[in-house]
Write a protein that binds this ligand. Structure first.
Ligand code: UDP
Length: 328
């Protein structure tokens, strides 16, 4: 039986594909290539180009293949875009996830792994934040994922269907062997932007806010290497095979780094003292978001390999260098 991966041409999806293919699984990828890249799809997987919101197309995918589990990445992930166009997020994330769940229930696919997010916590008052903390998203993106989790919970109670929702903290880095990485255009994430600055593709990097109630006044985040996160999906698949039990699980390392600490690491690893400038706080930024990680270790046989900020940055820079040198 096959594993269906939606959004396998994207950043986290393409890294997960490598893990799942390395494990010898039979994999089908569905992606509409709206933000992903065909080259990022592992050649061992069968690729079907199409939109997960296209009911007839997805119907065929489920009818033509014997699918054991779905790993559902396809969706939209840019918070400011979700504020400008919330209905797009409610369609691409919430509505399409509802349809994916329905396809699974109709075709007796009982295992579902879902890309969720720490954005569900909004501005957590306690840090590290654990999975029992209330859902309190502050953006349409966060709401769209929060509603998806609610649907998964209700569906798992009503039907013979189980899910693991992985709540991603700040994902960064790239495949250590350089097979895939973050190729997103107009990236806004700190480590990606800082790597671009270090390689001379940005004149300066703006630091959003200097007066937060943190050790150095800048925001603190829990940065997780994308390959460790990818491995967590494979662990989630094993867990669902062992026990028919639904779970929501934080994916982070449980260590927080401030923006200034990240920037100093990028400068050190790259050897480039690029320009930075303090500016106003960015709307919607929480001072501190760090995962409590006991649950992932209790429920999944997950052994992170790259829990090291310098290594995350090193791999991100290597990938940035690679895509820039091969760009036309
Ligand atoms: N950040 C920054 N400058 C940038 C990009 C990000 O100062 O060019 C800060 C941002 O305000 C936040 C942290 O870096 O405090 C992480 O932001 P990112 O967008 O990477 O992830 P988020 O936590 O918002 O999902």
């Amino acid at each position: 039986m096959a594993i269906l991966v939606t959004g396998g041409a994207g950043y986290i999806g393409s890294h997960t594909l490598i893990e799942v293919c390395d494990a010898g699984e039979d994999v089908i990828v569905v992606d509409n290539l709206s933000t992903g890249f065909k080259e990022a799809i592992d050649s061992r997987a069968k690729f079907l180009q199409g939109d997960i919101g296209d009911q007839a197309f997805m119907q065929r995918v489920f009818e033509d293949h014997s699918i054991e589990a779905v790993i559902h990445f396809a969706g939209s992930v840019i918070v400011p875009e979700s504020v400008e166009n919330p209905l797009l997020y409610y369609r691409n994330n919430t509505e399409n996830t509802r349809q994916m769940i329905e396809h699974c229930v109709t075709h007796q696919v009982k295992k579902f792994i879902f890309s969720s997010t720490a954005a569900i916590y909004g501005m957590p008052e306690e840090c590290p934040v654990d999975e029992t903390y209330q859902r309190n998203p502050i953006s349409p993106y966060g709401h769209s994922k929060s509603m998806s989790e609610l649907m998964l919970e209700d569906a798992s109670k009503a039907y013979d269907f189980n899910f693991i929702a992985l709540r991603y903290f700040n994902v960064a880095g790239a495949d250590p062997m350089g097979r895939t990485g973050q190729s997103t255009k107009n990236a806004t994430h700190l480590i990606k932007v800082a790597c671009e600055a270090a390689l001379g593709y940005r004149d300066e990097l703006l630091i959003f806010g200097s007066d937060y109630d943190t050790s150095d006044g800048t925001c603190i985040r829990d940065y997780i290497h994308v390959s460790d996160l990818a491995a967590a999906h494979l662990c989630a698949l094993s867990a669902l095979r062992k026990t028919a039990q639904s779970e929501i699980i934080n994916c982070g390392y449980g260590t927080g780094y401030s923006v200034l600490e990240v920037l100093s690491t990028v400068k050190k690893v790259s050897g480039v003292d690029f320009n930075t400038r303090f500016t106003d706080r960015r709307a919607g930024d929480s001072p501190q978001v760090v995962a409590k990680c006991s649950k992932i270790h209790e429920h999944l046989d997950w052994i992170p390999k790259y829990n090291n900020l310098s290594l995350i940055v090193e791999h991100a820079i290597e990938w940035e260098r690679k895509i820039r040198s091969s760009a036309p």
